[in-house]
Write a protein that binds this ligand. Sequence first.
Ligand code: GLY
Length: 469
Amino acid sequence: MTGEKVGILVISYGSRAAAVIDALSRSENYEVRFYVADKQRNPFNVKHAEKHVVIPDLDVGKICDFVATNKNDIDFGICCPEKPIIEGVRDVVESKTGVAMICPTKRYAIEESKASQRYLIEECCAEANPGFKLFPCAEYESVSEVKSAVWEFLDEIGNEVAVKPDKPAAGKGVGVWGDHFTSREQLFEHFMSIFDGGSDVIIEEKMEGEESSFQAFCDGKRLAVLPETRDYKRAFDVDLGQNTGGMGSYKDNKDWLPFMDKSDREEEEKLVQKIFSRLRGNGSNEELRGMPFYVAFMHTGEGAKILEINSRPGDPEIQNVLPVLKSDFVDICFRMIEGNLSRIECEEKATVVTYAVPMDYGGYREKFSGDKKVDLSSAYALQEKYDDNLRIYPGSMELREDGYTYALGSRTVCTVGIGEDIAEARGISLDGIRNIDGALWNRGDIGAEYHIQRSVKRMQRGAVSGLAV
Ligand code: GLY
């Protein structure tokens, strides 16, 4: 490697950051040195880092101290998880150290409040919103008062709703009619479990259909839209079990998914552009730099609706995209900072991400007290066979003093298969998973043909009937 030297801060939580580091380290134009602020000693990050610091709570002040100590060697930083973004990591690091950050400012951490998102969408593209109502804790004096307000809203909108905390709770606390409750009394019990904890609650009309994930990098002036991906939130095959952070995801060899067509993709872009234009105003708003819109869409018989918006890359969705970037990722980052981002080209390849997770993740086992050692060496050994079309990204794993790596509590490690089509990519991803030695489990149907065909049929039915499917 003879390229220009560049120092990059990566704020890391999960496999997503390993994928970011991998993509940056493959730069042909730069020799990258990584300064990693990590939740734990992620073995991949430790191996690649010039300097690595563990900050378990990803506290912004501690991250800023790390940057300040190394600021002469760091050209810019990129933040992957939402917590530091919401807590203003960009504002603090940029003002105290002058190091440019790739992530939106605190003001544009859109996931900070679900209700504010809904009000913004209402202003820009109301057609993408479900019916919703916010129940602020401070507005009600007694349980009976809030109960009658909830009942009144359900009379108006029907019982088929989702009940969510207004503040981010990493997917926890979300209750859905039919899954978590089947009567109003049960729904209200769920509502109170959030409300009693001091959080405002939002009730939204339940949206049914086919999900897709929209991601776009932004330099403040324009969005560079990435290929569409499909996340699998449910723990078990055939979409059973509880919601998780995402058990895997797939991307087709074109910009949209097999159950969508170009017009579905254009509809999504149009909606996001409306929100972007509203926030950007005339010209440019560099506070939006980064990935201000990772949008989960639900394609219903009534068009595309927005499930939620985040101001950071999706995990696992970004792992589908970074391995197939045609453009140099370091150049893309510099362009975001300089305000001259252009279209991002990707190879016409399909990718499938499968996560291996601990035995007690997602309700698979109540408890697991066995050995948590995980050995990735056989999986890494496969990479040569697949000619670099298998990527392995450790997430909630820790390298300990004894030299071994151990699974922690969340999603342990993901494998990314890259292929000419989804079936080939899936085969490679699953082969990687099969070669991981450790007490872990995974979904076997990420990107499976029957799953995709089910999505295709549901989209067709939705379009014909004009009803939510
Ligand atoms: N894939 C879900 C998330 O990143 O929030």
